[in-house]
Design a protein around this ligand. Structure first.
Ligand code: AHM
Ligand code: MG
Length: 333
């Protein structure tokens, strides 16, 4: 489709004649939530939504006011669409049931309202991650089982990145497409259709302060990347923003690998399977990339709990394959 096509038109045309993808209005409302959050983010230090709430969330992390604001904004903009039977968020301990005053539908929505929260107050890119599944239960409310689903069952996943511009990137299994918010129109306009990740990149993204606690295979892989490459004579460059969405977005467009492996203190790493790893894994596979724990594809993990964590290695397919080789012990330099 032509560059500059509005997100709404793009989705309507893509989902036409696809009764399995009948949640157009839900995506439109998510994009509205993205615009509202972007407006708040852009106010930076002026906004009352900056700073801490003084509470900690289910993960024991300090809750920022923007986390709360974004969480409520997404609930409010999507709960009335008639598409949803329930929602779950990184910031809420339990499932959110659709209020009785609204019609309920066949889908469930999961999201991380603000990913990269520690970067909110310092004007570094942050993001929102979301994912949609078709519900399986048939009662009036969604059940926990509706949410504990393998990532392969996702029907849509996406993120909104609040960076030097605001972008929405999504897939509903028909390629990965990027839209840039035109602030003068207040519309997301098509900027990248059918995004394909390069097979190999020149960047790696990992919090290297965890190096001593990583398992030997991960350490050997990072050591390998720091050596000059036979083809270029240069090592890989390190790029770590500390906002998963921002690191992921760069690697998606430029090629590269992001790693948040487990370590001796947290064998399952830090990132959440349902709200972060699975949605991005769906997107990366649609773009020709790869996502795994190092031993198992992310999309094949059966979640056992809503807030389960998972080691995440994601990016260019040849880079992730190579990392898996080191982790599984088949590549020894
Ligand atoms: P958050 O969703 O609470 O912000 O946590 C997730 C973030 C990711 O965006 C980022 O990749 C990671 O945590 C950074 O963690 P660390 O500070 O341990 O490197
Ligand atoms: Mg997050």
């Amino acid at each position: 489709m032509e560059k500059g096509t509005t997100l709404t038109r793009f989705i309507i045309e893509q989902h036409r004649d696809r009764p399995d993808l009948e949640f157009t209005e839900l995506l439109t409302e998510l994009s509205l939530a993205g615009k509202i959050i972007a407006r708040e983010v852009n106010k930076a230090g002026l906004a009352v939504t900056m700073g801490l709430t003084g509470r900690t969330n289910v993960h024991g992390e300090e809750v920022q006011k923007l986390d709360d604001f974004a969480n409520t904004t997404i609930l409010k903009t999507t709960d009335h669409t008639g598409h949803l039977a329930g929602m779950a968020s990184e910031e809420m301990e339990d499932i959110y049931h659709i209020p009785d005053k609204h019609p309920r539908g066949d889908y469930i929505l999961v999201f991380d309202p603000v990913d990269g929260s520690s970067n909110i107050d310092v004007n570094v890119s942050i993001g929102t991650i979301f994912s949609i599944y078709r519900r399986q239960s048939s009662g009036s409310h969604a059940t926990l089982e509706d949410f504990l689903r393998q990532g392969r069952e996702q029907v849509c996943a996406g993120y909104i990145i609040y960076g030097s511009s605001t972008m929405l990137v999504y897939t509903s299994g028909l390629g990965v497409h990027g839209f840039t918010l035109d602030p003068t129109l207040g519309e997301f306009l098509l900027s990248q259709e059918d995004i394909a990740i390069p097979r190999r990149g020149r960047y790696y993204s990992a919090n290297e302060s965890n190096y001593p606690a990583w398992e030997p295979g991960v350490r050997r892989y990072i050591d390998h990347l720091r050596q000059p490459d036979a083809a270029t004579g240069r090592p890989y460059s390190s790029r770590y923003i500390g906002s998963l969405v921002a690191d992921f977005h760069r690697n998606l467009l430029k090629g590269g690998i992001f790693l948040y492996p487990g370590d001796t203190k947290s064998p399952q790493g830090k990132l959440r399977l349902i709200y972060e790893a699975s949605p991005l894994a769906f997107i990366i596979e649609q773009a020709g990339g790869r996502a795994s724990t190092g031993r198992q594809p992310i999309l094949e993990i059966q979640p056992e709990a809503l807030h389960q964590r998972v080691p995440l290695i994601i990016g260019s397919p040849d880079d992730v394959l190579e990392a898996e080789g080191f982790i599984q012990g088949s590549s020894v330099p």
